[in-house]
Unconditional design. Structure first.
Length: 330
């Protein structure tokens, strides 16, 4: 497979993950409106994910390498899992209880630039540089998302919506930071765990946080209602297992390419477009118009531009490598 096809495949997998991730916002908001406590929403997803992942491990490299890595460096696993899973999803679930799903879905798309902005904090090599072209396209995508937000908000936000916005913005940085941090830790230790093993390991390492949150939720509201458990089981299967593995696989494929990694993360911005399209197709919601429509078109344009940028850079890098090999062969 050529370098160009490799990065485009990673971008495509991230887009597919974004489509599956979209279910999270609608179902979480439906649970919150139905009276389900946000803490149960967060805890149940990852308590369900662990048994759902177990059958996959037999075909995905097994549990033993993950367990060895956890025992060798428990602090790193607990730390990055707390950031990338516990902080990310705890705040995202709390936001669903405070603001509408369109606000949560749209605001989370700050991930289009969050991963790139966190690069200088993590890396000590060429990856610490924020890719100028990728960041510019990421800002274009965020601009489109903000226009969709303002179009939906009709210019006003309630105090609870502002609280939701703050929670989601922190969550948007925590998710790529946790993923990148663990990838870097494994790279330094020379442990080639695949996407499923990484998701399983982070789910396992974050279990103490989820059991503590579930215990607190029990003291607040008692056991979760059956409807909430059913909805969160779907979220755990579709978003927690399928979408997360796809996203982790895509980011792992391009971990050494800052622009391509930023593109993979930026594809999550398509969730707000998918949410709007699914609402029109299945919920009878009106088509976006005015600012919201223009913002959606900007997001789509940014996604297409990012795909072109990473494909162009990959083709250029491949030509440079071939030219270098040709010179050495003379």
């Amino acid at each position: 497979m050529s370098a160009q096809h490799h990065v485009l495949r990673a971008v495509g997998l991230s887009l597919l993950a974004a489509l599956l991730f979209t279910s999270t916002y609608v179902l979480n908001r439906a649970v919150a409106v139905g009276g389900g406590h946000w803490a149960w929403t967060a805890a149940l997803r990852y308590l369900f994910m662990l048994p759902l992942l177990l059958p996959l491990m037999h075909w995905q490299g097994g549990i033993a390498p993950v367990w060895r890595s956890l025992r060798a460096a428990p602090g790193a696993w607990l730390g990055w899992s707390s950031v990338g899973f516990a902080l990310f999803y705890g705040l995202l679930s709390a936001a669903a209880a405070s603001g509408p799903s369109w606000l949560v879905a749209g605001s989370f798309q700050m991930t289009a630039v969050a991963g790139m902005l966190s690069a200088p904090l993590l890396y000590r090599d060429a990856r610490a540089r924020i890719p100028r072209t990728g960041f510019t396209v990421g800002v274009l995508i965020v601009t489109g998302v903000l226009l969709m937000q303002f179009g939906n908000a009709h210019g006003t936000l309630t105090p609870s919506a502002w609280l939701a916005l703050a929670c989601v913005l922190v969550s948007a940085f925590a998710y790529p930071l946790g993923n990148r941090g663990l990838l870097l830790h494994l790279e330094r230790r020379g442990e080639p765990l695949n996407a499923t093993q990484r998701v399983f390991g982070m789910t396992l390492a974050s279990q103490p946080a989820w059991w503590a949150l579930a215990l607190w939720a029990w003291t607040q509201t008692g056991p979760p209602p059956a409807a909430q458990m059913e909805a969160i089981f779907v979220v755990a299967l579709v978003s927690g297992v399928a979408a997360t593995i796809l996203f982790f696989h895509a980011s792992g494929m391009v971990r050494s390419n800052p622009t391509a990694l930023g593109a993979v993360e930026a594809m999550q911005a398509s969730e707000v477009v998918f949410a709007a399209l699914l609402g029109v197709m299945f919920l009878g919601e009106p088509w976006p118009h005015g600012q919201a429509l223009f913002g959606g078109l900007l997001v789509v344009a940014g996604i297409a531009l990012f795909a072109w940028v990473v494909a162009h850079e990959a083709a250029r890098d491949q030509r440079d490598v071939q030219a270098l090999r040709s010179e050495r062969g003379r």
